[in-house]
Design a binder for this molecule. Structure first.
Ligand SMILES: Cc1ncc(COP(=O)(O)O)c(C=O)c1O
Length: 347
């Protein structure tokens, strides 16, 4: 259990189990006998529902258990031995995956960013700096939607990144651990179909949005579709009981549950932003998704830490620090209200 029994956690969006509908579906289908390794009826149905949700596009869907696994397999598939991937310095593959991509022998060309986002000129600069066979050859771009700092790319920004990738023979990969939250952001003009149009490969995160676990990898580029199941198998991602992943995505996308859960997480974050702003606090990034980064006095943080769990992200000027508050599909509004009134009291 997190920290202590009476503490409410804003640490992460995977602190709770799964939405009750998923647990019920797992229970309901428990006795059905299924083919293994992702060829069960549920996984096939999940792929079909996802394709419909994306506008009937010609994509391959593979269900895997976690984001690091998805990212690792994606770049194993995309890169030849001398090739590298460009990412923001804050990108999950660069910071939080224990060097999983590098351990396969591929460099990550990181670009320092403030808001978690890569720009087309960031990408072009890296490409221009790597011009011959004495250097690694950038071959892919990694971005996250939403980013690790809660920000999102607009449709125009994604299109521009897609263009710069096409012009430089780079694959565009989108880490969608928090794709639901990004798509449901009040400021998003991006639909799932747009993601499928711009990315060569991406994944739709389930773990952080109501599933017990699981991510749906989507491949749009025909070159990358070929023999992908071999990459999955070699990395231990082809699960004999793939049904567990299939069932969850069927349930999540059956009637927009996935989007409703993301809306809830965003609404809770928005309420926190409103309360913090009303008390005069500023934020390190401008987030309209389920991760927010307020800057608070250290003394206030110490008091809040007694009853709430959250990460202290980075030190700020004048005895302040940036903290990260994360809301989820299951965050209780009463907890948000309690946090805000406790904050008011100690501010
Ligand atoms: C942007 C992003 N990508 C991927 C992941 C998946 O990480 P893991 O494999 O630890 O579940 C996370 C989880 O924190 C994430 O925030």
């Amino acid at each position: 259990m997190l920290d202590c029994e009476n503490m409410y956690s804003f640490y992460n969006d995977y602190s709770e189990g799964a939405h009750s509908r998923i647990i019920e579906a797992l229970q309901r289908c428990n006795d059905s006998q299924e083919t293994g390794y992702g060829e069960d009826a549920f996984s096939l149905e999940a792929a079909s529902i996802l394709k419909t949700t994306m506008g009937n596009v010609d994509v391959d869907v593979h269900l895997v258990s976690a984001g690091t696994q998805a990212n690792l397999i994606a770049f194993t598939c995309m890169l030849r031995p001398h090739e590298s991937v460009i990412a923001a310095s804050t990108g999950h593959i660069a910071v939080h995956e224990a060097g999983a991509v590098e351990a396969t022998g591929h460099r990550i060309n990181t670009v320092a960013v403030i808001d978690g986002k890569l720009t087309p000129s960031d990408v072009q600069n890296v490409v221009d700096q790597h011009h011959d066979e004495h250097m690694v050859k950038p071959r892919a771009v990694f971005i996250s939607q939403a980013t690790e700092l809660g920000t999102i790319y607009s449709k125009a920004e994604l299109e521009a990144l897609s263009d710069v990738c096409k012009n430089n023979d780079l694959y565009l990969y989108i880490d969608g651990a928090r794709l639901g939250s990004a798509l449901m952001s009040s400021e998003s003009d991006v639909a799932l179909a747009d993601i499928a149009r711009f990315a060569d490969m991406f994944y739709i995160g389930g773990t952080k949005n109501g599933a017990l676990l699981g991510e749906a990898m989507v491949i749009t580029n025909p070159i990358l579709k070929k023999e992908f199941r071999y990459f999955l198998k070699q990395r231990g991602a082809l699960l004999a009981k793939g049904r567990v992943l299939g069932m969850q995505f069927v349930e999540l996308f059956r009637d927009d549950l996935y989007f409703d859960l993301a809306k809830h997480a965003n609404a809770m974050a928005e309420k926190l932003v409103g309360g913090l702003t009303a008390l005069g606090y500023a934020f390190a990034t401008r987030s309209t998704t389920n991760q927010i980064f307020p800057i608070l006095p250290n003394a206030v943080i110490e008091t809040l830490k007694i009853d709430y769990g959250f990460y202290i992200w980075s030190p700020a000027a004048d005895e302040h620090s940036t903290i990260r508050l994360v809301t989820s599909w299951a965050t209780k509004e009463t907890a948000v209200d309690a946090f805000l009134s406790d904050l008011k009291r100690c501010s």
